[in-house]
Write a protein that binds this ligand. Structure first.
Ligand SMILES: *Cc1c(COP(=O)(O)O)cnc(C)c1O
Length: 443
């Protein structure tokens, strides 16, 4: 990051706020009490979650389309609306993933060829999921709060992101996961030298344990005591989509939901861009996506309930398998108030949808992406999303981490000899078979 950029940014931020006082602080989402900046996620007064609130007037002068467009293409270009400590120097170019049109997928889902977009966080750096964004913001505060150890409870991707970025920052990492996660996600955590603790239990049990450990150890749990800061990182998905659409908001967005944080923070990002005048005001419809085997948020939306009824997860979409989502209540609210809806898909539909996205657009997503694409298909068929509307599907993770989900889907053919005649026979056989059964996926 250019030193000039940071100089200008800190100068413009310090103009309004005193240099000691940050232009953001924690605020209770329900009672509105301010808590300053500290590692805490719950209001002691009313036991509601805290979130980061900003002094928007302090950032108005520097947070403009023109200034942002001159900054490096990564999520730090939106620094004014992230809770970063004064003097923070980013050490990784996280984010600014591609937003691409998806004309072939559009045809298959019933969307107009020009109207469907994919936000591709399957290629987010450094660990190939959108969790790199939230961790980058959470770890920026670790030093500020005096943590030399960072930690998390994780369904897999968060574990990868915390372990990798802790290594980069020279922090120790303790990672807590359900024992039966996908092997690639476990290995992809261990490789960074993190302490990986496998727990014989569900994610929700792992998370409860982490809350107890956080009370005993002076550790920065990115999704427990640092959760309000962590969650702000998700806003950068929304900022990027708006900027990549030419500073426009889409009509619809489809977002996979685990704890329900991402969908609410994309909403916050759009609201902030409207408030600061970077985009025209618009009512974007928010659509949630879950696996039917773990669909507490989507079930609540469908039954018209404002509260979550916890579920016991049973799905191959492990990264979304949170039975008691921390931000479930707010996710429901975001979806309902926007005029959107929530859908869910079975495990076989997840697999078909992973294949569909790969075969139509060349993007290999993990199970969560299958959930998003499959749910979007349903929403088009229900006419809740119309073909002429601009719609963005959030693809949040990479398929190379969940290849287990596709085990047995493809035959391993017997090898052939390295001879041209052998290949010609093989080709003829393949063409004969293709005439009988076309290989494209039905959704
Ligand atoms: C964590 C995760 C989500 C959902 O995030 P929440 O903010 O907890 O709803 C979506 N996709 C992938 C791949 C994830 O790892």
């Amino acid at each position: 990051m250019g030193p000039l950029f940071w100089l200008v940014l800190s100068y413009s931020l310090n103009e309004k706020a005193s240099s000691k006082m940050a232009h953001y602080e924690l605020r209770c989402r329900e009672c509105g009490r301010n808590w300053g900046n500290q590692p805490r996620s719950i209001c002691d007064e009313c036991f509601s979650p805290l979130e980061v609130a900003y002094d928007y007037d302090a950032v108005r002068a520097s947070f403009t389309r023109e200034q942002i467009s001159q900054r490096p293409p990564n999520m730090w270009r939106y620094a004014e609306l992230l809770p970063l400590p004064a003097g923070f120097e980013p050490r990784l170019p996280v984010g600014f993933t591609p937003l691409i049109q998806a004309p072939h997928l559009a045809e298959r889902l019933g969307a107009g060829r020009q109207n469907l977009y994919i936000k591709n966080d399957a290629v987010c750096l450094p660990t190939l999921s959108f969790k790199d964004r939230v961790v980058a913001v959470a770890l920026s505060q670790a030093g500020e709060f005096g943590f030399d150890t960072v930690s998390c409870s994780s369904t897999g991707n968060l574990a990868n992101a915390v372990a990798a970025q802790a290594a980069r920052e020279g922090l120790k990492a303790w990672i807590f996961i359900p024992a039966d996660l996908e092997p690639a996600k476990i290995l992809g955590t261990q490789v960074f030298g993190a302490n990986v603790v496998r727990i014989a239990g569900s994610y929700d049990q792992v998370n409860r344990l982490c809350s107890q450990i956080a009370d005993e150890q002076h550790w920065g749990f990115v999704n427990v005591n640092l959760r309000p800061y962590y969650a702000e990182g998700s806003k950068t998905v929304g900022f990027e989509i708006a900027e990549q659409l030419g500073w426009r908001l889409p009509d619809n967005i489809v977002v996979p939901m685990a704890g329900g944080s991402l969908i609410t923070k994309i909403k916050k990002a759009f609201d902030e861009l409207i408030k600061l005048g970077l985009v025209e005001a618009k009512q974007v419809k928010f659509f949630g996506a879950q696996a039917t085997g773990c669909s507490p948020i989507s079930t609540a939306v469908k039954t018209g309930s404002a509260e979550i009824e916890p579920q016991k997860p049973s799905t191959i979409a492990r990264s979304l398998a949170i039975g008691n989502p921390a931000d479930g209540h707010y996710a429901i609210k975001t979806i309902k108030q926007s005029g959107g809806w929530s859908e869910d898909v079975s495990d076989p539909e997840v697999i078909e949808s992973i294949r569909l996205l790969a075969e139509t657009e060349g993007i290999f997503t993990e199970t969560a992406g299958g959930v998003t694409v499959g749910s979007a298909g349903k929403l088009y068929r229900q006419d809740r999303i119309l073909s002429e509307e601009t719609t963005v599907l959030c693809i949040t993770g990479n398929g190379l981490k969940t290849t287990d989900a596709l085990a047995g889907v493809y035959d391993t053919e017997a090898p052939i000899a390295p001879k041209l005649a052998e290949f010609e026979r093989y080709l003829q056989r393949t063409l004969d078979v293709a005439e009988v059964e076309p290989s494209t996926v039905e959704v």
